[in-house]
Design a protein around this ligand. Sequence first.
Ligand SMILES: [Zn+2]
Length: 299
Amino acid sequence: MRRKKIFVLSIFIIMLSISIMSFTNNSKNETNLKFDYTNATANIKKVLIDDGTYTDRIPILTFHRLVPNKIKNRYYKDNEWVGSIDTFEEMMEYLYDNGYKTISTEEFYDWYTGKVEYDKKTVLICFDDGFYEDYYLAYPILKKYDFKATSFVVGSRIEETTHKYMSDKKSYKKNTTYYIGQDVIDEVREEYPNYEFQSHSYNYHYYTKDGKHRIHSMSYEELVDDVDSMAKYKFSAHAYPYGQYNEIIQKVLKEKGYLVAFRFGPSDYAKRDNDQYAIYRIKINGDATLKTLKKWLNY
Ligand SMILES: [Zn+2]
């Protein structure tokens, strides 16, 4: 009888200890949760206090092909799509010396959606078409200044291996164009993620025989196919070829989870009231100088 009493008492004590332990654990977890929550709120507030220096617009500077100055003057003088890498370097030096901050497309999205604020010295640098000069000539300059930039590549032009850079005038005289290959995309993603790759369509970057932009004769299914062909790259931003877009491609990009899509014309600053799938970019023309850049930065 006594044994039974002791047994029941022991069971009772064990049960009591377990419930005390679990109560202590619970309250410990609650305290932790509370602490994290307070911290997160404090951070958000810190980011959102407006001291008058925050920007309401961001210049998205978009370059295309960049070649050495000598080549530009000799073969592409009046070509608005081909700029000088020497001028580009001057521009980057100016941004660096004047304390500008470069952001990625995802950081742009965070600003666009109001999650963060940036000051007026903030730019997004883009390259369209994935020309191999963007890697051989522009990439080392960006790395030198520790800058971020986005290269919008055309999926169907990505070969396995990037063509070796040809600096001689003869090769430029033949007007050959080469594009960044899979090898460079893999290497850069590993080596310097500040230089990111995003989508410039898989294969609708051309004019049809009747002289119209290909996108305008594409069906919903064709555009889904095109966007799906880029899925393996896990892109989250899209730049419309020639800045041309319509409601169908906007719908497809939204459905596929793209964060943003970029247009051109009329060139203007990106603002929070832009359509999420038609964000304004500034086209930096082939004849642009440092003065052109300063004009866009002074607002
Ligand atoms: Zn393009």
